[in-house]
Design a protein around this ligand. Structure first.
Ligand code: KIV
Ligand code: NA
Length: 261
């Protein structure tokens, strides 16, 4: 059944949380069947599905389309929807944006960084918020690990504290030193979901395309549980070969097909 925000907080220290992204209905359906407790419709969709070179080109309309598809595939799973770049720039704009994502099917929204006023405003208006600290793809210059120096580590610890105090029920920590992630996880009362942040987080998230091996680049901290791009290549080649040789369609398919008489 669909988990509520407080149930994720309750899991902290008890049960590790497995989060995956999804952007389409059939993938969401499989994740729900597998019992994944929380699906993130991330703005990574712009990079891994739409071919953009950053998440900044993603719009609210894009997110509504994908959240709707994921909701239809996973009606009983908690869905977090990413607020696209700049749609969370001030409390009122963020609330209007978040309401659109909720109307499209999201149970909560995620936003990047130290926008504490925005988080407070959304939570005060009944929209659960998942925070996001460490590497922030919407504003980062590149994808290098952050939080290495003492001052930077301190800043991220403070940001995690601010996110929790503003009322977030969970937070993603992206690409920070493992030790820092462990410290923050120990300090905070809400669950931390790591990506490239080591084993001491309360949960882990992977971009589904990375986990599937669907694409031609993946970050070093991800893991490929399958090689879907190779499968697609093989399917396309096999199909093309069978069309050329007229092996497809065969007689049996033609006779039992329900197409034209
Ligand atoms: O958009 C996304 O998929 C994310 C994850 C990398 C946490 O924000
Ligand atoms: Na994101």
């Amino acid at each position: 059944m669909k988990l509520q925000p407080w149930e994720f907080i309750e899991r902290k220290g008890r049960e590790a949380i497995a989060m995956l992204t999804a952007y389409t209905c059939p993938v969401a359906r499989a994740l729900e069947r597998a019992g994944i407790p929380v699906i993130l419709v991330g703005d990574t969709v712009g990079m891994v599905e739409m071919g953009f070179d950053s998440t900044r080109q993603v719009t609210l309309e894009h997110m509504e389309y994908h959240i709707g598809a994921v909701r239809r595939g996973a009606p009983d799973t908690h869905i977090v929807g990413d607020l696209p770049y700049r749609t969370d720039r001030d409390p009122d704009t963020a609330l209007a944006s978040a309401r659109r994502l909720v109307a499209a099917g999201a149970d909560s929204v995620k936003l990047e960084g130290d926008k504490y006023q925005v988080i407070r405003h959304l939570v005060g208006n009944g929209i659960p918020v998942c925070g996001h600290t460490g590497l922030l793809p919407q504003t980062a210059k590149g994808f290098a690990k952050v939080g290495r120096g003492e001052a930077e580590a301190q800043r991220i610890r403070e940001e995690a504290k601010g996110i929790e105090e503003a009322g977030a029920f969970m937070m993603v920590m992206e690409h920070i030193p493992y030790e820092l992630a462990g410290v923050i996880t120990g300090e905070r009362a809400i669950p931390t979901i790591g990506i490239g942040a080591g084993p001491e987080c309360d949960g882990q998230v992977l971009v589904i395309n990375d986990a599937l091996g669907l694409g031609d680049y993946w970050p070093p901290f991800s893991k490929q549980y399958a090689h879907a791009s190779d499968t697609i290549l093989k399917v396309a080649r096999d199909f093309a070969g069978e069309v050329a040789s007229r092996a497809f369609p065969d007689n049996i398919i033609r006779m039992t097909g329900t197409g034209h008489q």
